[in-house]
Design a protein around this ligand. Structure first.
Ligand code: ADP
Ligand code: MG
Length: 327
């Protein structure tokens, strides 16, 4: 009897040890989607989660990519003004993009594509004035018409580019997939980081905000996250310099050129990565003053870094976000 009890105890303790080990077992994956290096770090994940995350990214790339033939975006951009039936998710994403465009005074405009096509930050292409002005006439999110039964129409010549919002949307979907299927996840989609759950010891994940002005990895804030997203847009991610001018990839829909801005980066902390992505992009166009006003009004929590090196926090960031300032 005593032997049986001892054996049972041993069995139980190894089962408990095994469960604890499973909870902390780390798995990782990486891939290249939406022109971005993507990484997944998971704790205590089920066996299929990594491959399901890859599948999810590939699925959304096939819907939202500008370059993949047959994606919803590609079909829309090549429809010559005719209505196109899109996936309900693409439709909902465009609906939110249009709302954000309105909220940001059109600083955020997914109809930026005719302009983003002209600028090439890899080959350092600066479009001529005439080309730029002709493309500007096609940029207007109000002319993206959302019709019945998930049909979308663009005026002839108009095109859309979801580069400023899609990664956020996909991060939200990927985060949803990880809940209940692991004990903790860090999903890094370029400038969009989403964490769910916690570290194996139960503590929150820590996400450092980059300071692009400091060559060393000096971070102005380390943010603790258990379920939420930290999204950064900046003028230092994709750019080239010519004649002392920095040409970066966030365009001002009013001028058709890289936004002349007093911000080098905008970081938003939220539970909605899609919104955070779009608003962070808009902040770069809006500049510090208008951004602070808008973010405060919308109760979005953000940390902005100016070209002068000033670090600006929204009121909500100071009160709602669990962070440690740089020492
Ligand atoms: P990244 O995708 O590099 O992390 P952002 O989220 O700030 O950075 O998005 C920048 C991308 O969004 C550009 O590469 C372009 O595709 C698109 N874009 C550029 N300017 C705008 C704008 N004013 N509104 C909406 N999208 C934009
Ligand atoms: Mg963005």
């Amino acid at each position: 009897m005593r032997v049986l009890f001892a054996a049972l105890c041993l069995l139980l303790s190894s089962a408990v040890a095994c469960a604890a080990e499973n909870q902390s077992a780390k798995t990782a994956g990486s891939g290249f989607y939406f022109d971005t290096y993507v990484t997944f770090t998971l704790y205590g994940a089920d066996a299929d989660l990594i491959s399901d995350l890859h599948q999810l990214c590939a699925h959304y790339e096939s819907l939202l990519s500008k370059t993949q033939v047959d994606s919803d975006v590609y079909r829309l951009n090549h429809a010559g003004g005719k209505p196109v039936t899109v996936d309900p998710e693409t439709y909902a994403l465009l609906q939110r993009a249009k709302e954000i465009s309105e909220l940001t005074d059109h600083a955020f405009s997914v109809s930026i594509a005719p302009l983003s096509e002209l600028w090439n930050f890899k080959t350092h292409t600066i479009p001529g004035d005439a080309q730029r002005i002709a493309a500007l006439a096609l940029v207007d999110d109000e002319r993206i018409v959302l019709g019945q039964e998930h049909t979308v129409s663009l005026a002839p010549g108009m095109q859309i580019d979801l580069g400023g919002i899609a990664k956020g949307y996909i991060a939200d979907q990927a985060a949803a997939l990880t809940r209940n299927r692991c004990t903790g996840a860090i999903l890094n989609l370029g400038g969009n980081v989403y964490c769910t759950g916690s570290k194996p010891d139960g503590s929150a994940f820590k996400v450092g905000v980059e300071n692009p002005l400091c060559p060393d990895p000096v971070t102005p804030a380390v943010i603790s996250i258990t379920d939420g997203t930290v999204v950064t847009s900046g003028t230092y991610e994709r750019y080239f310099e010519e004649n002392g001018i920095r040409y970066h990839h966030i365009l001002d829909p009013q001028t058709g050129s890289p936004a002349q801005t007093d911000l080098v980066s905008a970081t938003i902390v939220s539970t909605c990565s899609m919104d955070a992505d779009a608003f962070a992009t808009a902040c770069i166009v809006l500049g510090s003053e208008r951004s602070l006003e808008l973010l405060t009004q919308l109760r979005l929590d953000a940390i902005l870094i100016t070209t002068e090196g000033d670090i600006l926090l929204t009121p909500g960031f100071k009160t709602r976000v669990d962070y440690q300032p740089a020492s």
